[in-house]
Design a protein around this ligand. Structure first.
Ligand SMILES: Nc1ncnc2c1ncn2[C@@H]1O[C@H](COP(=O)(O)OP(=O)(O)O)[C@@H](O)[C@H]1O
Ligand SMILES: [Mg+2]
Length: 349
């Protein structure tokens, strides 16, 4: 079956598209990233109020459908679309709200619009079904990491450095229930805010100096010591974090590297760390990471998976699983009470 995956991550830098053929294995047919038009990223990062959320939801549906047309694969050959959309709010941990405990998440990019424009059945909104089962709705990527990277003798960690960084810990010969995954903390998000739109190759961080006192203070955040499952987002590491801490780009880069290394260091048997996400292009960040890590650091490209396309491939795979009516969350990773069939279906019209 040929399935397209669409996602814009927390960086809101653009729409990642992957088209994959899925049978016993996953074969990538095409992958591309389509930047958001001017103003859209800013609108996403500052969105508030029902009117703008509603309008953005439909606008992003149009943009996601257009992005797929940039992949260079005839739409008639695509059987199914999996769209993660754009997260505008994620709170995997329940909070007190109107006298109840509520965990919630909101992804926009209207799938009815995607299905209408492409004529292809579109499955979207994959996180809520996991939250409804008491999970944190994230991370979902371990389902793919397990299939791609599980090795009988080598313990591996898959690392994705997007706006937020997350790891999937896959012990040698692991069963799905042995897989642990969580957000390690900030990825590129704080760096992007300090050197917009991003610190190309890490040049600014390399030329700056780390504020050790501030770094030590930030590393004392109990989030980094907490047992998984756990997830974080723009709520913790967005504009307010940057303002309140007065952090600079060199310290932000070191914070990302240290918190990733700290998390991976908890799994001392790890033989290889396989990185993906836009952060792999930050040469300085990758140098700092390898210096801090004991295991070998490589990227998913070594396994034939374009580091910029891994998450789009994930949502193609999740749509495929839902289409087969199979659960695709890993409760050991999200904390859900049980496996759940993810997503909501907009039929082709
Ligand atoms: N050449 C580069 N140098 C440094 N950082 C880069 C480079 N290319 C991409 N990035 C980083 O990758 C980010 C996008 O990564 P991505 O995996 O798409 O994140 P998300 O999933 O959060 O959208 C950019 O915001 C930027 O921080
Ligand atoms: Mg992105």
């Amino acid at each position: 079956m040929r399935v397209a995956g669409l996602i814009s991550g927390t960086s809101a830098d653009g729409i990642d598209v992957a088209v994959v053929d899925i049978d016993d294995r996953i074969q990538v047919v095409a992958a591309t990233t389509v930047p958001y038009p001017d103003g859209v990223r800013a609108a996403i990062l500052s969105v508030s109020g029902a009117a703008s959320i509603s309008r953005l939801n439909f606008l992003l549906g149009e943009l996601f459908a257009e992005a797929l047309q940039h992949a260079g694969v005839p739409l008639e050959t695509i059987d199914l679309i999996g769209s993660h959309g754009q997260t505008i709010f994620h709170e995997g941990e329940p909070v007190d709200f109107l006298g109840r405990r509520v965990a919630s998440t909101l992804q926009i990019g209207e799938p009815a619009v995607i299905a209408a424009r492409t004529g292809i059945e579109t499955i979207a909104d994959f996180r809520p079904a996991d939250i409804a089962q008491g999970g944190k709705g994230a991370p979902l990527v371990p389902f793919l990491d397990y299939q791609l990277f599980c090795h009988p003798e080598i313990a591996r960690v898959a690392l994705n450095i997007g706006g937020i960084a997350n790891i999937t810990v896959i012990p040698a010969g692991a069963k799905p229930k042995d897989v642990v995954a969580f957000d390690t903390g900030p990825g590129n998000m704080v760096i992007d805010a300090l050197a917009p739109p991003f610190d190309r190759d890490g040049a600014a961080a390399r030329g700056g100096s780390v504020n050790d006192a501030l770094l030590a203070e930030l590393l004392a955040d109990p989030y980094y010591q907490r047992q998984p499952p756990k997830s974080c987002g723009r709520e913790q590491f967005g504009a307010e974090f940057v303002r309140a801490t007065g952090i600079d780009v060199a310290t932000a880069t070191e914070l990302t590297a240290r918190t990733i290394a700290l998390a991976i260091g908890r799994y001392p048997g790890t033989g290889e760390v396989i990185a993906s996400g836009g952060g792999v292009h930050n040469v300085y960040l990758m140098e700092r990471l390898q210096a801090l890590l004991k295991p070998r650091l490589t990227t998913s490209a070594e396994f034939g998976i374009d580091p910029d396309a891994k998450e789009a491939i994930l949502f193609a795979l999740l749509a495929f699983e839902t289409h087969q009516r199979r659960a695709a969350n890993l409760p050991s990773a999200t904390g859900a009470c049980k496996p759940a069939i993810l997503g909501k279906i907009s039929p082709a019209t």
